[in-house]
Design a protein around this ligand. Structure first.
Ligand code: SF4
Length: 208
């Protein structure tokens, strides 16, 4: 696939996003870093629809790291319980709140927090501040793997570099949201290729 096709995918994905991005309350552009972080922390290993049921209640009760610090861990666990992994999650949030008055604002500092990996750190900074940081989760990797075929590298380091190169630097927030939603709505595990804008050049579709 040449560079012009990669640019075409990026451009068409952004165009697709104009009509198709899902609406979730944590995607409101006015959300604070803390509010976006909470959503991304919960979205790890949990479907967005489940997070949507807990998120407003959590923020009503715990509007800041200070509120978490003052709470009992059992109170946290009770609110988080419907998401699963509630002991692990409440334990981690409590530890973060005990050690920080406010969230740090760099990838390195965020990934130093307990149970915060590169995905949550990059997604938080991109969605809250518009920073041009790539995101890679299982769904995004599936999209890149299918569209780019042999160009999609094997090693984690090269995959991060690949994602960095393909990010839209002028609209990183929309591009990353579009990747997530395209992977959820069209390029699903059972892909809807006949409805897909990329089926004219997607390596997976061309080789079927
Ligand atoms: S053509 Fe099919 S496999 Fe390729 S990106 Fe579209 S939905 Fe995914």
């Amino acid at each position: 696939m040449d560079g012009s096709t990669a640019r075409r995918f990026r451009s068409e994905l952004l165009e697709w996003a104009e009509e198709n991005l899902r609406e979730f309350s944590w995607r409101d552009p006015d959300r604070s870093l803390y509010e976006v972080f909470v959503a991304e922390f919960f979205l790890t290993q949990t479907p967005a629809e489940n997070v949507a049921t807990v998120y407003p209640r959590f923020l009503d009760r715990f509007s800041s790291l200070g509120a978490i610090e003052e709470a009992e861990e059992s109170e946290l666990a009770e609110v988080i319980e419907p998401l699963g992994f509630y002991n692990m999650r409440s334990d981690a949030l409590k530890q973060i709140a005990d050690e920080h008055d406010t969230l740090p604002e760099t990838v390195d500092e965020l990934t130093d927090l307990v149970r915060v990996g590169p995905y949550v750190a990059n997604a938080t900074l991109c969605f809250a501040h518009g920073e041009p940081l790539p995101i890679l989760d299982r769904n995004v990797e599936r999209v890149y793997d299918r569209v780019f075929g042999d160009e999609w590298p094997d090693s984690p380091t090269e995959r991060r570099q690949f994602a960095d190169r393909h990010l839209s630097t002028d609209r990183p927030r929309t591009y990353n949201l579009a990747l997530l939603d395209f992977g959820a709505a069209i390029c699903q595990p059972e892909p809807l290729c006949s409805e897909c804008f990329a089926n004219g050049y997607c390596e997976y579709y061309q080789e079927r």
